[in-house]
Design a protein around this ligand. Structure first.
Ligand code: URA
Length: 427
């Protein structure tokens, strides 16, 4: 029997916790024997003192052991997944899951909802009338066999420790802790019983990690747990100093995903999607090099197979694409001076969408899927005073309140900023 106050004090003072202490803490919390206030104090101690690689791996293992895993059947195709640390306009999952399924892989994407500035895959999919994301583990297994890809919410029996701890972190200022993020992401991915995983760690003004250095630390921590636990994993660090693609919101992101699946996606979105998919094809031995892998993925877009697979997945989960609502009425934010787009406060754009009704303040809020934005400029573009910068899809009167926020989110200066690569590092 351990003492919660002593474990909290030990971490507060920077000591390393033993396997048994971490095990006791997580198990007691999941059973409801350790109250939220003690777990919150411990999470805050971890936020300041960190966990070493071994402690992070043990935390991940215990969180995984708090629930069941997605069972495998003999002879099942390789099972793969992609996880991103979250960003504005990040719709890669909607395009990548059907693409990978077209390559004969099984893709059980257990996804999340948006909270705060970043959008969530489940919310985007629920913009499609009828689309069901609350599936049982049995339904997820069946749809994997029937369709090859499935996109669903975390079930009650998969990693309940993360469900409880993430909700607590979200309201106690302890989300941006590298070891806690690592254990949260990796426990969920390990519960999917994967053969290979690719991680998209985002850095920049719209990301959880504002600096490239922090993103590299997170990528290393994720990669380290994957290595210790034996899950083949590749990591890409990608730039989130502007929204990914052109559109951000729900209906508008489904529209952009459909365009991408028809071969008309914006270049940055396609570059990242193909790069992430290529890593997975390499990890499962389905391609010899990145060029061959990206080429294979592209053929499924060119042939229309990826679009057909997406439509099949939507129908299998009860969705009706023909009834996708139109975006809310549009208005434009224009440049108040001439110059170059020097920086974009991407997080503010995400917050503005949330404020328009596209996000939640609490998990109980309902969201308006029809609001969103379309970026009409990219970083480094030359603009003239009066030129439209952002098209906003919104219902009055909120559009007035967010106009100023969006106007401020784009900085125009006399000098063109140096170009920045989208893909920063492959670990
Ligand atoms: N995504 C997760 O799944 N967990 C975190 O803690 C942060 C981002």
């Amino acid at each position: 029997m351990y003492s919660a106050p002593l474990i909290i004090e030990s971490k507060r003072d920077g000591h390393i916790l033993s396997r048994d202490e971490i095990t006791w803490l997580v198990d007691s919390y999941v059973k409801g024997e350790l109250p939220d206030y003690q777990m919150a104090a411990w999470a805050m101690a971890v936020y300041f003192q960190g966990l070493d690689a071994e402690e992070t791996a043990v935390l991940t293992e215990r969180m995984l052991a708090s629930g069941t895993t997605l069972q495998r059947r003999p002879g099942e195709p390789p099972r793969v997944d992609k996880h991103s640390t979250g960003g504005v306009g990040d719709k890669v999952s909607l395009i990548l899951a059907p693409l990978l399924a077209c390559c004969g892989l099984h893709v059980p994407m257990i996804s999340g909802r948006g909270l705060g500035a970043t959008g969530g895959t489940l919310d985007k999919l629920e913009a499609i009338p009828g689309f069901r994301t609350n599936l049982t583990t049995g339904e997820i297994r069946r749809l994997l066999d029937e369709v090859g890809c499935v996109m669903a919410a975390q079930t009650d029996d998969l990693v309940p420790a993360d469900k409880k701890l993430y909700a607590l972190r979200d309201v106690t200022g302890t989300v941006p802790s590298i070891p806690l993020i690592t254990a949260s992401i990796m426990s969920k991915k390990l519960a999917e019983n994967l053969d290979a995983l690719v991680l998209d760690v985002k850095w920049g003004s719209g990301a959880l990690m504002r600096s490239l250095h922090r993103a590299e630390q997170l990528a290393d921590a994720l990669q380290d747990v994957a290595r210790r636990i034996g899950l083949p994993t590749a990591t890409i660090i990608s730039d989130q100093n502007q929204p990914l693609g052109r559109k951000a919101g729900h209906v508008v992101e489904v529209e952009e995903s459909l365009a991408a699946l028809r071969g008309a996606g914006p270049p940055d979105l396609m570059e990242l999607t193909l790069a992430l998919g290529a890593e997975l094809l390499l990890l499962v031995g389905a391609a010899r090099d990145r060029t061959e892998a990206a080429g294979k993925l592209q053929t499924h877009i060119d042939s229309g197979a990826a679009l057909a697979k997406f439509e099949q997945m939507v129908a299998a989960q009860g969705g009706d694409l023909a009834r996708l609502p139109p975006p809310a009425p549009a208005y434009e934010i224009t440049a108040d001076c001439s110059g170059y787009v020097a920086s974009i406060e991407t997080r503010e754009i995400g917050r503005a969408i949330a404020r328009l009704g596209g996000g939640r303040r609490t998990t109980l809020d309902t969201i308006d899927h029809t609001v969103g934005i379309e970026m009409l400029v990219r970083l480094g573009d030359a603009v003239q005073a009066g030129q439209p910068l952002i098209r906003v899809f919104a219902h009055p009167p909120e559009c007035q309140a967010t106009r100023a926020i969006l106007q401020r989110a784009i900085e125009i200066s006399d000098t063109r900023p140096p170009p920045r690569p989208l893909l920063v590092r492959r670990a």
